[in-house]
Design a protein around this ligand. Structure first.
Ligand code: DGY
Length: 358
């Protein structure tokens, strides 16, 4: 239905951050809706112009086009009249917003994680929430392994060293020593699709894999262990569980304390799963190393203590950031959106309990 050849080009916008498709701009800058009413869709983040143009054939769009998150007041004003919201991680969909948006028929998020959406509140009003599972598994697993290698082989630190003109001596036996993934025991927290994809990858490097999952999961070559034991035994701990009330600070101060000297923590899941204060303390003490894609607060504040540490590699929530994966995520999100507005069941629904037959 939607072309996979979406062009990820910059999207321009009005000076107030808004682009409007499907209505008519009148003298005072406000927009009159078309006579033949199309469903009104609020888009909360910049999207490729071609996508917006194509959506505007069927929907009356109000689209936020600035790189910074849409302000709550703007979202609340736009959503008040909307039939659907197309959003992603940077937009908090709160119970209050849902309560003041009575016409909503679907929320479609361009993400697999839905911790930015109050699912309980959506359930309460029977509102289906779409998300994009499966298509980002490989990209996110690749990022986890990339971070492991970057931390273990000190790639970023070494790159900085060369660029700063500090490479003044010849080759020596103890120069920039790291550790081997092939010799490591990797502990995977959460044996869902991404955790399993990471297991397969690191097994192919020769690593031994142990894992923990809330429920029993039979994963070939992965020995399931108790969570505390995983933190004690692993040379690398990689987090692949969803962020829920139950998993908040699952990586607690006491579990971080259990990690071996020099062990590596990788987080490509969600910042809220890790006690970040305890993590910073362990990194500052030089006890462990880390590779992080996600943070308690995103964007990471410019004065965050993590920024001063050399034993952590930081990337800005890029787990799914490849052209092919983002196109696939967008495609699923648009299919969910359209299904919801037609009154059909969402193919990828994060709260299937809203459907009576589930
Ligand atoms: C998601 O979709 O939840 C990912 O975190 C995006 O990278």
């Amino acid at each position: 239905m939607f072309s996979r050849r979406l062009v990820f080009s910059k999207v321009g916008g009005g000076s107030n951050g808004a682009r409007h498709f499907g209505g008519t701009v009148v003298g005072d800058g406000t927009v009159e809706r078309d006579k033949k009413m199309k469903p009104r869709v609020v888009v909360t983040l910049p999207l490729p112009g071609a996508v917006l143009e194509s959506l505007s054939a069927s929907f009356d769009l109000q689209a936020w086009s600035k790189p910074e998150s849409i302000p709550d007041a703007v979202l609340s004003e736009w959503a008040g009249e909307a039939d659907a919201i197309l959003c992603s991680l940077g937009t908090a969909i709160t119970a209050e917003l849902l309560a003041s948006s009575p016409k909503l028929r679907v929320i479609s998020s361009i993400s697999v994680g839905v911790d930015h959406i109050d699912l309980a509140a959506a359930d309460e009003v029977g509102l289906p929430v779409g998300h994009t599972p499966e298509v980002l598994v490989d990209s996110t697993a690749d990022m986890a392994v990339a971070l492991m290698l970057a931390v273990m082989r000190r790639i970023v630190e070494a790159d900085r060293f060369v660029r700063e003109g500090r490479w003044g001596t010849g080759w020596s036996t103890d120069f920039f020593l790291g550790s081997d993934l092939s010799r490591a025991t990797v502990g995977i927290v959460g044996l869902g699709p991404i955790g399993r994809a990471v297991a397969t990858r690191v097994q192919s490097f020769g690593a031994k894999v142990i894992g923990w999952n809330r429920s029993e999961r039979n994963v070939p070559g992965v020995q399931q262990v108790d969570l505390d034991a995983l933190f004690e035994e692993a040379d690398v701990v990689s987090i692949h569980t969803a962020a829920t009330a139950d998993t908040r600070h699952l990586v607690s101060a006491s579990r971080i304390d259990r990690m071996k000297q020099g062990a590596v923590l990788i987080n490509t899941a969600r910042g809220a799963i890790v006690d970040e204060v305890a993590l910073v303390a362990a990194l500052t003490a030089g006890r462990i190393r880390a590779g992080l894609d996600v943070y308690a607060r995103e964007p990471l504040p410019h004065d965050h203590p993590l920024l001063r540490l050399d034993n952590v590699v930081l990337v800005p929530h890029l787990g799914s950031a490849t052209v092919a994966t983002r196109e696939a995520m967008l495609e699923r999100a648009l299919i969910n959106l359209t299904a919801g507005l037609r009154g059909d069941r969402l193919p990828w629904c994060a709260n299937p309990g809203v459907y009576p037959d589930s």
